[in-house]
Design a protein around this ligand. Sequence first.
Ligand code: NDP
Length: 455
Amino acid sequence: MANMTRAEVKAYIEGVVEQVKQRNPGEVEFHQTVSEVLESLEPVLAKSPEFIEKGIIDLIVEPERVIKFRVPWVDDQGVTRVNRGYRVQFNSAIGPYKGGLRFHPTVNESIMKFLGFEQTFKNSLTSLPMGGGKGGSDFDPQGKSDAEVMRFCQSFMTELQKYIGANTDVPAGDIGVGAREIGYLFGQYKRLRDEFTGVLTGKGMPYGGSILRPEATGFGAVYYAVDMLNYFGDDIKGKTFAVSGFGNVAWGAVKKINELGGKVLTISGPDGYIYDPDGVGTEEKIDYMLEMRASCRNRVQDYADKFGVEFFPKQKPWGVKADIMMPCATQNEVGMPEAELMVKNGLKYYVEVANMPTTNEAIAYLKANGVIVAPSKAVNAGGVSVSGLEMSQNSMRYSWTAEEVDEKLHMIMHNIFKASIDAAHEYDLGDDLVAGANIAGFLKVARAMLAFGVC
Ligand code: NDP
């Protein structure tokens, strides 16, 4: 097939995006990620029209399977409750479906599809053999007793176990699903299936977990940031960071930033943000983040009360002056008003750590105003990478040391940065890390799909 012009490719992509909107009405987060990824593939499709001709783009935006199920459980008062469970098995071209489970009241099919689609490219970037998937429930663990969380997890797994397996689909944690939930889920899977396999990752150390998994997403994000800073002739030492969130991911990032000589000025919660001029830097302060998350109060004001720093209720930290912004909480935390504030403050680096924390409009605005934007699907891939390493250790019936896991994680993050920048250069996109990550992630999956024919 002859090369297509950029205009022809653009029109084709617009048609696919339109079709996705019609087929998935109202699923705005899913539409957002599909537009963002496909638009950045324009130069690839112009150069390699076989991906269009063989229907790869039409296939890649359609999940292989969407599973939706009822999750009944009984609360402590004896009342029957019903939640909805999901598993979106998005793409298995390069390995078993892999992606976390999210328990949060906002979970719906759109959020599951957006996360599964993103995960497909993220997992490809890691260079490990993992397909893309995501799952979860609109169950809210906040305010539930331990026994209620256990009964919910057992009921959820009673249905989910029909569709997953160590060689088929390997879920992990995400928002609302930490070590406790993974323990209850794994216990139920083992009981129902009578097998001990690496069917879940993020497991506790005594039953097959990988060392460094809790730290992996945050550590990996900072390794990526260091490569980015060095590439642009900067150093992390002495740099200031504004971080949002105070969960598992923010905690890992804060820990590693401090180890490497940076300073974290803010962390945030749904209640507002704290500004610590001395930095969230001592062991006591960093450990307190874990305590706040474990308390289930979901309040960052507790940090301000304990350490005597300023608390800004109901505000986000994006107006502070810092060298690097790191959203680590949830999707669409940064829209146009926040992006305008960042540009006004002369921001140079914007490093997405949460999944899709920025609207497409805000990303375009930041880039157009000279801010270097690092995209979440590359930056936060350290978490799933160590999950992939956990799968390898489980298959080998063996455990690596912390140093071995950390070295592998570091190497994977180096490779992700390099693959992204190389792809951007190959397609004459300058140092566009967002497009580079999408292209590098896409190519491996698309080439595998091409090899399979129409299936
Ligand atoms: P957390 O356990 O910290 O949960 C996210 C929290 O963010 C929720 O408690 C939510 O509160 C809160 N929140 C919502 N809006 C805001 C806001 N504007 N400012 C601050 N906090 C807010 O999550 P994780 O640390 O596990 O994950 C954070 C992000 O990183 C997510 O996007 C996740 O998908 C992503 N990620 C996580 C990985 C992991 O290994 N855990 C791997 C890769 C990506 P509320 O409940 O009130 O909405």
